[in-house]
Design a protein around this ligand. Structure first.
Ligand SMILES: C[S@@+](CC[C@H](N)C(=O)[O-])C[C@H]1O[C@@H](n2cnc3c(N)ncnc32)[C@H](O)[C@@H]1O
Length: 260
């Protein structure tokens, strides 16, 4: 496993978006979750000493909650800045891995009792989504769980941005309806007029962040089961469920219990 400033070279251009914001994403008056109830749901059944892989160093409340239940925590992220800034605030005991989970050479073996991430799946295009599902489910031991929360359909923020794009006659520059993908990068010149705030992050920094995040797929009902079925290796079987995340509107938890 690599350390917070590890030796695995990150080539994914989207990592720059997260490096650019770093801890400003979660410590500037942002209370976007996951809430304590959501953290409890994601970690339900996790016992002291179990191995938990959290993907997303920005999800600080979940990292803390995992340590609180006594898990042996590994936090993976493709942003060296996010990992380093989480390391500063965690009470210790976690291991850090600089990893792009959309890459085929992600280093995890099937030893984790739980692999968990909060709305990571919403940050991908379809090819990335398939690759990440392959990597994350492969990290779980037989009998273990993968729990990946996701927002179903368009975000509220997307609706506002798409409405403004339609008003300007440029909807297809930010929304690929056939793929069901959004990409705010073409909206940079006018995004400030409609973009909701994120904590107290300055608007210019927020726009740079969304532009650098690039294209993202929005998830349709039933789609994740189909994608996961496409990437399961022969002889491996999962049982899946999609419980709603408590108190978080359109968010669900994609839960895969590895049977064999
Ligand atoms: C989990 S997602 C969504 C944000 C989440 N809802 C939260 O509260 O933090 C954001 C985190 O995932 C990381 N991330 C995004 N894509 C990644 C990838 N392909 N591999 C590893 N980490 C990734 C980002 O650097 C960021 O720290």
């Amino acid at each position: 496993m690599t350390g917070p400033t590890g030796d695995r070279k990150i080539t994914n251009a989207k990592a720059a978006a997260w490096d650019g914001l770093g801890s400003a994403y979660w410590n500037r008056a942002y209370d976007g979750g996951p809430s304590p109830a959501a953290c409890a749901q994601y970690l339900d059944g996790t016992a002291r000493g179990q191995r938990v892989l959290l993907v997303g160093a920005s999800t600080v409340s979940l990292a803390r909650a995992a340590l609180d239940v006594g898990a042996e925590l590994v936090v993976a992220d493709f942003s060296a800045v996010m990992l380093a800034e989480l390391a500063v605030v965690l009470p210790g005991g976690a291991e850090f891995a600089l990893v792009d989970v959309t890459r085929a050479d992600a280093p995890f073996d099937a030893t984790f009792d739980l692999v968990v991430a909060d709305r990571l799946l919403n940050r991908f295009v379809l090819a990335e989504l398939r690759a990440a599902l392959r990597t994350l489910t492969a990290a779980v031991r037989p009998g273990g769980l993968t729990r990946l929360s996701y927002r179903s359909g368009l975000y509220e923020r997307d609706r506002v941005v798409l409405a403004e794009a339609a008003r300007r006659g440029v909807l297809t520059t930010v929304f690929d309806e056939a793929e069901f993908d959004v990409d705010y990068s073409a909206a940079a010149p006018w995004l400030a007029a409609v973009l909701p705030r994120h904590g107290d992050i300055p608007m210019a920094a927020l726009i740079d962040f969304y532009v650098a995040r690039g294209r993202e797929h929005r998830i349709r009902p039933g789609e994740l089961d189909e994608l996961a079925a496409q990437v399961v290796p022969p002889g491996v079987h999962y049982e899946t469920a999609h419980p709603p995340v408590p108190g978080q509107g359109d968010d669900f938890l994609f839960e895969l219990r590895r049977l064999t």
